[in-house]
Design a binder for this molecule. Sequence first.
Ligand code: TA6
Length: 300
Amino acid sequence: MTTSASAVKTKPEDLGRVTFLDGQGELPMLEITTPWSTAEIYLQGAHVTQFKKKDESPLLFLSQCSRFVEGQPIRGGIPVIFPWFGPREGLGQHGYARLKAWDLKELTQVPDGSVSVRLGLPGCPEASAYPAYTADYIVTVNQSLTLQLIITNQSRDAAFSFEDCLHTYFDVGDVTAIAISGLKGLSYIDTVAGFVEKTETSDTLRIAGEVDRIYPNSTGTVAIFDPRLSRKILVEKQGSASTVVWNPWIAKARRMSDFGDEEYERMVCVESGNVASNGISLPPGGSSNMTVKLSSVTLK
Ligand code: TA6
């Protein structure tokens, strides 16, 4: 017997809930609760700072030393990197999208209990260096966390070239005990070794020092096996051609004032984007849609 959706009444307590509040540094944020999970999103940078499934430890790492100051990046969670990745002469690192307060455009309580939030990057002086564009970010919270970054070239006559990246910090039990799979056979730029190009030959990548690698043309799923937290994290994606893996290790951790000296032990960044040779050039009216799904399964 089939039951039409309209006949099935979702009980209010089974719907997801959104609470608006002042978070750290009095910055406005959304607290999202679903039947399976909780999440936090700051309007500053449209920054997801936490996602946690019930009966599991947080999926994302957030530094205890992070600043929560308008116009400054939050350290941890999922920084939205746009319209450029990495350092840019005379400009900040990783673009300006993560420094701006995004507009809340739409909140959706899905009958199945999921919650979806759509945010838009407002205009800003820095955008005058580019053709007219819009940047929309949709965060969907349920048993997993799905992120969608949609960039549209609103110009009638100019191409719009940019890089984008969801710079996700994952919480791990012990970074030296994790194994990262899904990168074997790919070439990568080893920025720690002077940006030389190498090939990933191992089945899994392990972290035993500073790692800062850009894997171009990397479109597949990456998995993080974490024996300490007895879980496997999956990073599945569409519309992303680059993967970046980063851990600052000891010396760089010490140099970062918004990052605890020992915090490198509890995090790894597996980032999904379109950077360097995978940068995007949109024709007038064109759109890009990068979708990244973050999920976890318990290791038996
Ligand atoms: O994604 C890796 C990386 O580019 C590293 O080189 C490191 O700089 C990291 O991003 C953090 O950058 P941030 O500007 O947030 O300190």
